[in-house]
Design a protein around this ligand. Sequence first.
Ligand SMILES: Cc1cc2nc3c(=O)[nH]c(=O)nc-3n(C[C@H](O)[C@H](O)[C@H](O)COP(=O)(O)O)c2cc1C
Length: 192
Amino acid sequence: MTSADQILGSTVPAELRSGTRIQAVGEPRHERGHLRSVFGAFATGITVVTARGDAPLGMTANSFTSVSLEPPLNLVCVDRTAAIHDVILRDQVFAVSVLSSGQEPLATYFASHSRPRGEEEFALVDSVPGPRTGVPVLAGALAWMECRLAAVYDGGDHSIFLGSVLDLGHGTGEHALLFHGGRFHRLLPGAA
Ligand SMILES: Cc1cc2nc3c(=O)[nH]c(=O)nc-3n(C[C@H](O)[C@H](O)[C@H](O)COP(=O)(O)O)c2cc1C
């Protein structure tokens, strides 16, 4: 039995299991900007996904989703061309920091292709090593999770990384940073 079988059980068709290439032959194509705009109508929080690598690295991601409580699973979709993609595949661990309202500069930093790389990437970032994996988690975040890579699914130009939660906690941040309509927003305390 593969780990995909263990996670998915036998009810999921074989063609939808981890490692199977998605076929979208003959389906309509959509203009990229329109796709972004329609997908962006869905308001999300913002995370920074981190990995250990030879030097720590991170990437802003709003595709994070909680998946299951028992067992504890989450997922994040990572662009196949992102620097962190192959590092997570290699190390098989990653961490997720859920950003708080004052952390927009970090969201912008970890979404910038021109940010410093290698030892410099975290030089000015306030972070602490996660207790289970040593993967950095960001100080001042709302919450953090350390994950073992449990499965990888094909997601077109992204890979869907299913994470098994090893450790987690609340951070010192209080209010959420949100992303909606292509812009960052702060969740105002008490706002409906
Ligand atoms: C608000 C926001 C959310 C993002 N969410 C994701 C995401 O979920 N997955 C992803 O692969 N890239 C996402 N990105 C883009 C990456 O953060 C960005 O392309 C990053 O530079 C990729 O790392 P690289 O520079 O190593 O390629 C997001 C960017 C922003 C601004």
